[in-house]
Design a protein around this ligand. Structure first.
Ligand SMILES: *Cc1c(COP(=O)(O)O)cnc(C)c1O
Length: 382
């Protein structure tokens, strides 16, 4: 693995005046819902999963088909199968993302071509995507880094020219919009995460939203071994299995938490947006630091991460830590991991900022006073 210029400082405890980088948010109702579900017949995949899918789609993916799964990684793998990606096929993917976006291609033996980032957003750069896509490309994958949507109009133009689907990894972008359209109701496939520290958590969980309704039956089968559960539950238990499936379903225990999260979603996103807006205001014009992806008018940020590009990143990280504030890189360029081969040399924007970006605390436990304290420390210099 490539060397990094950072050192591991370990984690702070979420006590006293410590401000931790991530913390789960569990609505009280989630505890009640789970407890109620635990006393019913269904704790695995049952009626709560159906209800969660319906309510999720009504809110984030109107007219699209929702499929609740065990994680966003499951959702990504299913999306890649439904997009008919096979062994040796090529896909154009973001180099800068959670490794979960790209690891499922290894399950399938598909080949990834890494696209560079845009320096201002750290999202995939459509200019580079256009250069990489050719007749061998089966799909374009994008990730809305930190919760800010990618340039979907430009990506759509490329995808339509080649007649290939777009798969959006929206794990960080629940509640984001692009040209007034909800992320989740734009491309052929969109995936979401309910992992511990995402906007809404189900412990672990995910959702896939599918544009083409006719793929939903297949999606449901491959979510569960390849078995058609609807016919099984009608009493026919001897059905054949004609395709390989996985065990990627969500449980009713998880869905009960998800339902409570949906109820509080407005509160969650408005708090996150408020904290991000304070970072943007306080740090505007401060020399040596810039908030990533600020001031876009054509899209709404889901405010999952506040990332800054900072000179002398390590010194800033150390200074924050001396003031009991955690910060970190969170994700790394994926071509530094051995499983993806070797470091690519055609990613100049990634090269330019790989030692400069830093993620600051942004979650439900970060108060307005906390974020002002963090900005004050930063403004005092590092
Ligand atoms: C969290 C995350 C994932 C993985 O989600 P899981 O639900 O843990 O599988 C994938 N992609 C991105 C961009 C993420 O932030």
């Amino acid at each position: 693995m490539a060397e990094t210029k950072t050192k591991d400082m370990g984690l702070l405890d979420p006590v006293d005046d410590n401000i931790v980088l991530f913390h789960p948010y569990i609505p009280k109702k989630a505890i009640e819902n789970v407890s109620q579900t635990l006393s019913t017949r269904w704790i695995g995949q049952g009626p709560k999963v159906d209800l969660f899918e319906q309510q999720f789609a009504a809110r984030f993916a109107k007219g699209f088909s929702p499929l609740a799964v065990g994680s966003c990684t499951d959702a990504l793998h299913l999306a890649y199968i439904l997009a008919d990606i096979k062994k040796d096929d090529e896909v154009v993917v973001p180099v800068f993302t959670c490794t979960a976006t790209n690891i499922p291609f290894h399950y399938m033996g598909a080949k990834v071509k890494f696209a560079d980032i845009q320096p201002d957003t750290m999202n995939i750069d459509p200019v580079h995507v256009k250069k990489l896509v050719d007749y061998k490309t089966k799909a374009i994958v994008c990730v809305h880094y930190g919760g800010l949507p990618c340039d979907m109009t430009e990506l759509r133009r490329i995808a339509d020219y080649w007649g290939i689907p777009i798969i959006e990894d929206a794990a960080q972008a629940l509640g984001a919009t692009y040209l007034n359209k909800s992320i989740g109701a734009i491309s052929e496939f969109t995936t979401f995460s309910f992992q511990a520290i995402k906007h809404i958590t189900t412990g672990d969980g995910g959702m896939l939203t599918i544009k083409d309704e006719s793929l939903l039956d297949q999606a449901k089968r491959i979510r569960w071994f390849g078995i058609d559960r609807s016919s099984k539950q009608k009493g026919t238990w001897e059905n054949d299995i004609k395709e390989v499936g996985y065990k990627y379903q969500m449980t009713d225990i998880a869905a009960s938490m998800g339902l409570a999260g949906l109820e509080e979603f407005d509160k969650i996103i408005s708090h996150r947006r408020k904290i991000l807006a304070i970072y943007e205001q306080e740090l505007a014009g401060v020399s040596g630091i810039k908030v990533v992806g600020a001031n876009y008018r054509d899209r709404e940020h889901a405010a999952w991460l506040c990332t800054v590009i900072a000179e002398k990143r390590w010194d800033l990280q150390k200074k924050l830590r001396e003031n009991h504030i955690e910060s970190n890189q969170t994700h790394y360029r994926n071509d530094r991991y051995s499983i993806f081969g070797s470091r690519r040399d055609d990613l100049p924007n990634m090269d330019a900022i790989e030692d400069k970006y830093l993620v600051l605390p942004l979650h439900m436990k970060v108060s307005e006073a906390d974020v002002k304290r963090i900005c004050k420390v930063i403004k005092s210099g590092w």
